[in-house]
Design a protein around this ligand. Structure first.
Ligand SMILES: C[S@@+](CC[C@H](N)C(=O)[O-])C[C@H]1O[C@@H](n2cnc3c(N)ncnc32)[C@H](O)[C@@H]1O
Length: 203
């Protein structure tokens, strides 16, 4: 049985109008969607392949028209390369096609309007982990491989207290990869590496 790894990264200021984003200045014009692009890179890419058992979720909360929910499914993604510019291009295509109800803007990329509460409600079937510096040490967690995992992370502005509370009420376990505060994308690399290592141990 394949256990899927889901990652959610909040985009606190991610701009929700494709026309306002300049590909020559992604950090300056996109509300730091470069963080989301690097997180997507970290979630999916291996040296010569992409992880088909990964699903990446984000909600853009920036102006002018939030929230926009975007999901990347590794099983179906095609033609996306690991560089930030390519990933941002696919986010722009998703923004151009945003509807109330979900549409597949390009293969494996889905977009709709959804807030965090609804997102969590729809993903309660997963084993949820809330990444925070003062959570339980990752090595003390018994990753059982029974249910799909959902890891929730903040961007440079973190999650709000309300969002953390919503996740905890849905059964999330706070988990820490150490006392040092790392970049979101680096946390994702560590999680993928750690789960890879555990899976190799039981092979
Ligand atoms: C750059 S950090 C946020 C930094 C800091 N909390 C702040 O806003 O001042 C981005 C996200 O990475 C995750 N993170 C960073 N370091 C972590 C650690 N040591 N353990 C678990 N998660 C971590 C958290 O989900 C955090 O919201």
């Amino acid at each position: 049985m394949t256990t899927f790894r889901h990652f959610y990264v909040k985009s606190t200021k991610g701009v929700t109008d494709a026309k306002k984003i300049n590909l020559k200045d992604i950090p300056g014009t996109s509300g730091r969607l470069d963080i989301i692009a690097r997180s997507i890179n970290a979630a999916f890419w291996l040296s010569n392949n992409i992880r088909r058992n990964v699903v990446f979720h984000t909600i853009l909360h920036g102006m002018p028209d939030p929230p926009v929910y975007i999901r990347f499914e590794g099983e179906k993604m095609r033609k996306i390369s690991p560089d930030e510019r390519s990933i941002i291009l696919f986010i722009l295509k998703a923004l151009e096609r945003t509807r109330e109800n979900e549409v597949e803007s390009t293969p494996g990329v889905f977009v709709s309007r959804k807030n965090f509460e609804k997102f969590i409600e729809e993903n309660r079937d997963k084993k949820i982990y809330l990444l925070m510096e003062d959570g339980k040490p990752m090595k003390s967690i018994n990753f059982k491989n029974e249910r799909d995992y959902l890891f929730i992370l903040g961007d440079n502005l973190d999650l709000s207290e309300e969002e953390k509370q919503i996740a905890i009420e849905a059964g999330a376990t706070p988990v820490s990869i150490g006392k040092t505060s790392y970049l979101t994308s680096h946390c994702i690399v560590v999680i993928n590496w750690y789960l890879d290592m555990l899976e190799r141990e039981v092979e």
